[in-house]
Ligand binder design. Structure first.
Ligand code: MG
Length: 124
């Protein structure tokens, strides 16, 4: 599942991953995102960091306490010289990618790796 307040981005994600056979649910509002977490128990959560209502940071905390098996991948334009990235990875995020992505293939590769159960660092 993906939560991002940038509607165009999540629509693009939905189309891309559905075409490739993934089941993907998207939300552009924090409340809907929380509903998806509670109802769908997603394997993977693609999160934006800065959103009105709730931050990706808070969603990560929620997932870690309620559904620790869900792997969290941040895709965000927020950049503070890597400080937040380090903090999120420390807090248990699986990956932290910078927006804009060069291509969705980059994200797809990270997702395949997450499904394989490997740590991102193992093959890099
Ligand atoms: Mg945003």
């Amino acid at each position: 599942m993906a939560v991002d307040d940038e509607l165009e981005f999540i629509e693009m994600l939905k189309e891309y991953f559905e075409l490739r056979g993934y089941e993907i649910h998207v939300a552009s509002k924090a409340v809907q995102g929380i509903e998806l977490i509670n109802n769908k128990n997603p394997d993977i959560a693609i999160l934006d960091l800065k959103m009105p209502g709730i931050s990706g940071d808070e969603i990560l905390g929620l997932l870690k306490s309620k559904q620790p098996k869900t792997k969290v991948i941040f895709v965000t334009a927020f950049d503070d010289a890597g400080k937040t990235k380090a903090r999120m990875l420390n807090a248990g995020a699986y990956a932290y990618l910078d927006k804009p992505l060069n291509s969705l293939k980059v994200l797809e590769d990270v997702i395949s790796k997450a499904y394989s159960g490997k740590s991102l660092k193992e093959d890099l």
